[in-house]
Design a binder for this molecule. Structure first.
Ligand SMILES: Cc1cc2nc3c(=O)[nH]c(=O)nc-3n(C[C@H](O)[C@H](O)[C@H](O)COP(=O)(O)O)c2cc1C
Length: 196
């Protein structure tokens, strides 16, 4: 058992994980929109909502455009995803009561919160997600026509979990929920007590 809670917590936080074996089951336009709806309600600095999602459903030109930018390791398993989602964010924002766009220091932080909402919504609907930093960001920009002023963060595979036997042997061993550092390694009371 790799996942045990140190404090009482809702199971959804522990049960979410990122498999690589997907069945290829098609996801409907309505289902994927529910994932973005969950992300829409994430908190953000001055409610600037800097996140942007560009997606492609399996079999579409949009899917192929994103897929072509993945590193070979990720292409090996993400080919059976039902959808690929590029997670981007606006690096500038217009604060309430002002007219001029200024650098938005929390665009990445806010977009991280939105992606997690997307991931947890997917779990409630029987879908799994797997984020990937292994892609060519320049190629993704070109493929999706991302303009300056937007950061490219990751690509998320969405799919129905498949049997681990569908994966190559090396990946089968890794197809299990992983562990976490203990709470003491990430939480301190009163002052910073962690090892540098
Ligand atoms: C931003 C980001 C980038 C990641 N990049 C990759 C990747 O390129 N390939 C991959 O197989 N997994 C990738 N992962 C998955 C992580 O390895 C995984 O989330 C982590 O080990 C925790 O496991 P869990 O999501 O199953 O709880 C990425 C995750 C995040 C959040």
């Amino acid at each position: 058992m790799t996942r045990t809670a140190q404090a009482p917590v809702d199971r959804r936080f522990i049960d979410r994980w990122s498999p690589r074996s997907f069945t290829g089951k098609p996801i409907s336009a309505a289902d994927i929109m529910s994932l973005f709806e969950a992300a829409r309600w994430a908190p953000s600095t001055s409610n600037t909502q800097p996140w942007r999602f560009v997606y492609g459903l399996a079999g579409s030109a949009g899917f192929e455009a994103i897929f072509s930018t993945l590193v070979p390791f990720n292409q090996g398993w993400a080919q059976r995803a039902s959808a690929l989602v590029a997670v981007l964010s606006a690096t500038q924002s217009v604060a309430p009561g002002t007219a001029q766009a200024k650098p938005s220091p929390n665009h990445a932080f806010d977009t991280g919160a939105a992606w997690m909402s997307l991931a947890l919504q997917a779990e409630t609907m029987g879908w799994r997600t797997h984020a990937m930093g292994g892609f060519n960001a320049d190629a993704l920009r070109l493929q999706l026509e991302v303009p300056a002023g937007f950061a490219v963060h990751c690509v998320v595979a969405v799919g129905e979990q498949g049997p681990r036997e569908n994966l190559p042997a090396a990946l089968q061993e890794r197809e299990v929920p992983n562990a976490r550092q203990p709470l003491e390694a990430m939480v301190a009371e009163g002052r910073f007590r962690f090892q540098a």
